[in-house]
Write a protein that binds this ligand. Structure first.
Ligand code: G
Ligand code: G
Ligand code: MN
Ligand code: NA
Length: 253
């Protein structure tokens, strides 16, 4: 209850910050992009995770303002890195109820115009259940995003319906393989065949794939050999503030 009220203030005070987790090109080891993951820098509690404050934001109908603030900040901080060619894309998350309530592309358009961030470098992560809840509305929203020039990623792929038909009919540019799928690789041949089948399907549909939750060198090597080159996970780097991203990019050749 108190935290809920503090969240209103936190937005005013700019205490909710984008942290960045690298998405790495596996062969070169270079960060090609980042996923934006929100963190609340609470003056007393320290860093508060989204699993705690996103439900509060939803109750208070603050998901829209929260999304706008994080996107604005991320576009401002990373725009220069994109323009300098140090990064190629920035991927942001959207909450289900925010997607349902509509107007997402309008919000994004305003921020892109305000910040001058190039639309083609923005990726919007949605999940399959957001699409399945109302296919025709979702299709319209995705068409609007495509018209803006931003790309769309299907997050957590492998945890839901993984409906191939819907994938081929909608303007989806990326699949993000859920970390449960990546963790399953070490279970055996059947699991490996499933991941390979997903990669084949994505290739046929000309959809780029990002493997999430990579924690070991063995997982990274297996995925690279299977043709999946975009890697994200603790093995490469944890979500961290801008300064950490900047110094790791500065260390790259
Ligand atoms: O690192 P992690 O604990 O940040 O993320 C937990 C969950 O919160 C993930 O499902 C992630 O997609 C979600 N999340 C993180 N940042 C944001 C954000 O800015 N907006 C939304 N809607 N979800 C986010
Ligand atoms: O739901 P979404 O895929 O947006 O959430 C990403 C979540 O996964 C964040 O909470 C992020 O901190 C977490 N994450 C990122 N890399 C790894 C990893 O290698 N292992 C684990 N366990 N979690 C990860
Ligand atoms: Mn995500
Ligand atoms: Na995911």
């Amino acid at each position: 209850r108190i935290l809920e009220l503090e969240l209103v203030l936190a937005l005013d005070r700019g205490e909710i910050l984008p942290w960045y987790q690298p998405i790495v090109e596996s062969i070169s080891g270079q960060a090609k992009g980042v996923e934006v993951l929100a963190r609340w820098h609470h003056p007393l509690r320290g860093v508060v995770l989204p699993s705690l404050f996103l439900p509060l934001a939803e109750d208070r109908r603050l998901l829209g303002p929260l999304f706008t603030q994080i996107l604005q900040r991320a576009c401002t901080e990373l725009g220069p890195l994109i323009k300098a060619g140090r990064l190629s894309y920035v991927s942001v998350n959207v909450s289900p109820s925010q997607f349902r309530s509509g107007g997402l592309s309008a919000l994004i358009q305003v921020v892109l115009e305000q910040t001058g961030f190039p639309p083609h470098a923005l990726v919007v992560e949605i999940t399959e259940d957001m699409i399945m809840a109302d296919m025709s509305r979702a299709a319209r929203e995705l068409d609007e995003l495509a018209r803006l020039g931003v790309r769309v990623a299907l997050d957590d792929f492998g945890t839901g319906y993984s409906n191939i038909a819907s994938l081929s009919r909608l303007p989806i540019n990326w699949l993000k393989l859920d970390r449960s799928l990546i963790a399953s690789i070490s279970n055996g041949h059947v699991e490996q065949a499933i991941v390979r089948a997903v990669l084949d399907m994505a290739r046929a549909l000309k959809i780029d794939v990002v493997a999430e939750g990579i924690e070991t060198a063995a997982q990274a090597a297996w995925l690279t050999k299977a043709g999946c080159m975009r890697h994200q996970g603790f093995y490469y780097g944890r979500p961290a503030p801008l300064a950490v991203l900047q110094s790791s990019l500065a260390d790259e050749p």
